[in-house]
Design a binder for this molecule. Structure first.
Ligand SMILES: Nc1ncnc2c1ncn2[C@@H]1O[C@H](COP(=O)(O)OP(=O)(O)OP(=O)(O)O)[C@@H](O)[C@H]1O
Ligand SMILES: [Mg+2]
Length: 313
């Protein structure tokens, strides 16, 4: 049994002992039971207001900032984003529709979707000629916008639910001029249905065609716990599947991959990788990344290139 599988077994044993606290399915369902708190009025910032990122805080949490542009972290994301951007520019191996729509997902919770979605968005937005829209698509457990210090609640769900709400009413402009953020929106009792709706699919297609130069990055719920993620994945061109090393078994990762449309470009990003499991002195994480194509159903193990542990976070 591999170390990853042993860790997963240990985790599963812990979950059996404390099912109400640690069972990801129970947690996910609990989150969906949030009460209906919507009011007909959305409170948004004025259209000219700009959100200032708490750069020092972000840096402390391992988020790429303007000062860390030359760091190892930055270099890792440069390598992760390169194939994604090449596919958008149609210079990659495969050509897909909506290549500028990128879904970041994982099989299970806590694998690092939001962390990587934010860092990818930052990294791409720091390029001079790219505009990025980061969408918090994890409507049951929205964290992307909050982690960036954004208080505004109105966002994606309001846009999909109410035809009077316009994208500019809910889009958050930031002090990284090339990056805009769309929060998940105010809690809604049919949030997951809205995410998997026809209307959402139309929005996705509009995001792609109206702003073909814009890279749209969707943070999303875990594939194996939320069926709407697979529906969302059918609307994007590229999927970054985050796999947490020592946490997720190959079997689990493959189960999640099987839910994705094989015609999409699917990249695997091995997260929280530590080159030497025996070396516990560092506190940081590292990345591995590898890009494969959906038709081959890439196995997360053999094809993933791995980068050394980085000191941030
Ligand atoms: N490579 C990394 N380096 C440092 N910290 C990381 C890394 N990946 C994830 N983390 C941290 O691990 C925690 C879980 O990550 P994150 O919230 O991104 O996971 P998630 O898959 O979005 O979880 P959820 O399914 O609950 O939304 C966060 O505190 C995040 O900051
Ligand atoms: Mg998340």
């Amino acid at each position: 049994m591999s170390t990853i599988e042993k860790s997963l077994e240990k985790l599963a044993a812990q979950q059996r002992e404390r099912p109400t606290l640690t069972d990801p399915v129970a947690q996910h369902q609990e989150t969906l039971k949030r009460p209906e708190t919507r009011s007909p009025h959305i409170h948004t910032k004025s259209r000219t207001e700009i959100h200032h990122f708490p750069w020092n805080e972000l840096r402390k949490h391992g988020i790429l900032t303007r000062d860390t542009k030359r760091s190892q972290l930055a270099e890792e994301y440069r390598q992760i984003k390169r194939p994604l951007l090449m596919n958008i520019d149609k210079k990659g191996a495969d050509i897909v529709d909506n290549a500028n729509l990128i879904l970041v997902t994982s099989a299970l919770p806590r694998e690092g979707k939001t962390f990587n979605a934010i860092n990818l968005a930052m990294s791409i937005a720091m390029e001079r000629d790219r505009t990025v829209l980061l969408i918090d698509g994890d409507v049951a457990k929205p964290t992307a916008a909050k982690r960036l210090g954004i208080q505004q609640e109105a966002g994606l769900l309001d846009l999909v639910d109410d035809s009077n709400t316009k994208i500019n009413d809910v889009l958050v402009k930031t002090d990284l001029p090339n990056l805009r953020v769309l929060p998940s929106g105010r809690p809604h009792d049919r949030a997951t249905e809205l995410l998997a709706s026809e209307k959402m699919a139309r929005f996705m297609s509009e995001f792609s065609t109206r702003y073909p130069d814009r890279v749209v990055i969707f943070d999303s719920p875990p594939l194996l716990l939320a069926s709407e993620t697979a529906v969302l994945s059918s609307c994007v061109g590229q999927i970054v599947m985050v796999v947490a090393a020592e946490q997720t078994s190959r079997h689990t990762a493959n189960e999640a991959l099987a839910l994705l449309d094989p015609d999409k470009i699917i990249g695997l990003l091995l997260n929280k990788y530590r080159p030497s499991l025996g070396n516990r002195s560092g506190s940081g994480y590292g990345y591995g990344y590898g890009y494969g194509y959906g038709h081959d159903h890439p196995s997360p193990d053999p094809d993933i290139a791995q980068t050394p542990q980085h000191p941030a976070a």
